[in-house]
Design a protein around this ligand. Structure first.
Ligand code: ADP
Ligand code: MG
Length: 300
């Protein structure tokens, strides 16, 4: 309620029975099968599921790179499923930032020029483009790499440039299709921390991942299978999704974590620093006495 009027919360994204078919006749494949999904502003949604389950198709439809064969798509309450290519690309340019597994940077352009590309398409003057792109590279921690070419950067740095490019238009939504798919563990963490920071600053994020650990960055996990949403759950930031830990992945239990902590503590003890033997507790010796007594009785 605000000023006595009822505030109606409209989802940022609303898919209503959206299907996407490829091919014709016998060769038709159903990539999305009547999918309905609402995503609110400020959510950070992880999309999981086996290869071929329709995750990328869903990202492409949500990101207006592709249009549904059947069904409706409302973006900020506006019907966009049947818009012309031109109008779709305008919404895409102004409202949506993309991050891909393969980074998709242009090799003959510097980091700064790559980041500035969306602004070039937006018709901004050179000075404004450079200023905004430099600020974005600074935000992703690469202010000293402005004039490097993609081949001179590590995988993690390349993906950070791609993130800066996705952010330079100040989009409402960031769509990331397996953003860490080509990265090692440490670079994946770096990239996800950055995406998480963007989420915390108010952006809506949708990311595809195969790594259950990365659902810790999400506030919701959507599981796809054979073109449908098999499961959809809200999760706490910092926790692995329940469904993924129950059916797809074993999260270390507290005792296992303690064991691991114990092992690493043990590794730190050098031979000359052996701890003094622990004193026998009274309880244990009483127990032992009782045990010996029973044994004697049994032998008699
Ligand atoms: P995922 O990202 O979960 O691996 P995709 O969305 O890429 O799955 O694919 C879903 C299904 O749609 C798959 O069976 C795939 O072969 C099919 N598909 C995707 N894109 C195309 C295309 N351009 N032409 C034909 N079939 C496609
Ligand atoms: Mg995919």
């Amino acid at each position: 309620m605000r000023d006595g009027t009822l505030e109606v919360r409209m989802p940022l994204i609303e898919l209503k029975n959206v299907s996407k078919l490829y091919g014709f006749g016998d060769a038709t494949s159903v990539a999305l099968d009547e999918v309905s999904l609402k995503i609110d502003k400020g959510e950070c949604v992880a999309v999981m599921g086996p290869s071929g389950s329709g995750k990328s198709t869903l990202m492409n439809v949500i990101g207006l790179l592709d249009h549904p064969t059947h069904g409706d798509y409302l973006f900020s309450g506006k019907r966009v499923s049947r818009l012309s290519t031109n109008r779709r690309s305008r919404i895409r340019r102004d409202k949506i930032g993309f991050i891909f597994q393969s980074f998709n940077l242009l090799g003959r352009l510097t980091a700064l020029e790559n980041v500035a590309l969306p602004l070039l398409y937006g018709g901004y003057a050179t000075a404004k483009r450079n200023q905004a792109s430099r600020a974005m590279l600074e935000r992703v921690g690469l202010h000293d790499r402005c004039y490097y070419y993609p081949r001179q950067l590590s995988g993690g740095q390349t993906q950070c440039v791609a993130i800066a490019r996705a952010l330079v238009n100040e989009p409402e939504i960031i769509i990331a299709d397996e953003p860490t798919g080509n990265l090692d563990t440490e670079s994946s963490r770096l990239v996800m921390e950055l995406i998480s920071e963007i989420h915390k600053s108010g952006n809506t994020i949708i990311f595809v991942t195969h790594n259950p650990e990365l659902t810790r960055y999400a506030t919701r996990v959507v599981y796809m299978q054979d073109g449908i949403i098999k499961h959809d759950e809200a999760t706490k930031l910092g926790e692995v999704g329940h469904y993924v830990s129950k059916f797809m992945y074993k999260v270390p239990t507290a005792s296992e974590e303690d064991d691991l902590a114990g092992v690493s503590a043990l590794m730190k003890i050098r031979p000359e620093e052996k701890p003094a033997p622990a004193k026998k507790s009274k309880k244990t010796s009483t127990k032992r006495r009782a045990k010996r007594k029973t044994k004697r009785k049994a032998a008699a």
